[in-house]
Write a protein that binds this ligand. Structure first.
Ligand code: PLP
Length: 350
């Protein structure tokens, strides 16, 4: 693995951070990891003081959208050791995204080492309050200056970090979207590509205007099958059994999703990944068998779903989510080292 050159800042901004009032996504730590892809190889991995990068107007990412990203969190355990949650899964997923978007894969060992070194350097920025974390954003984009439709020949891979205050899981309302779609079979829905999120912005704004928190995406062909939520995968508990939409090529392979499936099975629940229609959920709500509905994702952990709005009316979900809450508590406990990590998910940053 290539050595990472470190240039430390001489001008830390840490003292400007009010840990009791952290605006989400707006504050960035002192350092960033950066690596360039030129002449067919990744080179010059380095950590530098956080700085802006000049953008040539013909930078290909701006025109053709070769841009992918990851989202993960660093937490402290009770002994003050920073922990990463399943970073190898993010390393693998960014390379899945890279392949789909015609971009070069990033070496997975360098991805993890870059994460560890930047988290270690900026460890003082990790908020200590329970439920807080430092959000980590690895991303890659095409940097070549060229007007023309083909894969770029140069890219940058970066990791930036942003402290995040405590998150309290609230009950959320979703709007089942039938006009707009997020992803179609053969499209880019399974990749964490920036363009997927761009396409989701207008429908999300419209859902918010109607009083909903996020969009519930349905399949592109029939608007019948449930896929996922804005930035979360989705689970239902129907008649004692847990179901979640099957990964069929158009939903994101959520790392929280795969972990929640393991935790639920470990707790003795039957979990089935299968196609789920919105009509089935409506019927279960009406006949009293829809016991819980919840979203899973890095940003929120687990979000309890209160209702789903549709063109035909509201699907009500029970106000209590005992199973989702139990899983959330276990997951959060593992992430801060309070519950034994029997799955071997946590990776310490020495
Ligand atoms: C579209 C979408 N689905 C699902 C998820 C949940 O994935 P993860 O649990 O890996 O954060 C995310 C968040 O990354 C997302 O953006």
């Amino acid at each position: 693995m290539q050595e990472i050159k470190i240039t430390k800042t001489e001008n830390s901004k840490l003292s400007e951070l009010d840990f009791d009032n952290i605006p989400l996504g707006k504050i960035f730590t002192d350092h960033m990891f950066i690596c360039d892809y030129e002449n067919g190889e990744w080179q010059n991995p380095r950590i530098e003081p956080m700085h802006a990068i000049a953008t040539h107007p013909a930078t290909m990412a701006l025109h053709y959208g070769q841009a992918i990203f990851e989202g993960m969190k660093a937490t402290f355990n009770k002994d003050g050791m920073p922990l990463l949650f399943r970073p190898n899964k993010n390393a693998a997923r960014i390379n899945f995204s890279a392949r789909r978007m015609g971009m070069p894969e990033f070496p997975e060992d360098l991805f993890i080492e870059g994460l560890k070194q930047v988290v270690s350097l900026d460890r003082e920025w990790i908020p200590k309050k329970k439920g807080s974390a430092m959000y980590l954003r690895p991303f890659m984009y095409a940097t070549e200056h060229f007007i023309g439709m083909r894969a770029a020949t140069s890219y940058k891979f970066l990791i930036i970090c942003s402290p995040a205050g405590p998150y309290f899981s609230e009950r959320i309302k979703l709007y089942a979207e039938k006009k707009f779609i997020r992803a179609a079979h053969g499209g880019t829905g399974e990749a964490k590509a920036a363009g997927n999120y761009a396409a989701a912005i207008l429908p999300t704004e419209k859902a918010k205007e109607k009083g909903y928190n996020q969009v519930l995406w349905l399949d592109a062909a029939e608007h019948k099958y449930i896929e996922e939520v804005g930035t979360m995968n989705i689970f239902f508990k129907i008649n004692g059994k847990i179901v979640t939409p099957i990964r069929d090529g158009s939903i994101l392979d959520g790392i929280t999703r795969m972990s929640v499936i393991d935790l639920l099975r470990d707790k003795g629940f039957e979990v089935t990944e299968r196609p789920i229609t919105i009509d089935e959920i409506k019927e279960a709500s009406e006949n009293g068998t829809l016991e819980e509905a919840f979203g899973t994702g890095t940003a929120v952990g687990i979000a309890y779903i209160q209702e789903i709005g549709t063109e035909e009316g509201i699907i009500h979900v029970s106000n209590e989510s005992p199973v989702a809450e139990a899983v959330n508590n276990t997951l959060n406990g593992i992430k801060i080292g309070e519950i034994e990590d029997t799955f071997g998910w946590m990776e310490a940053v020495e």
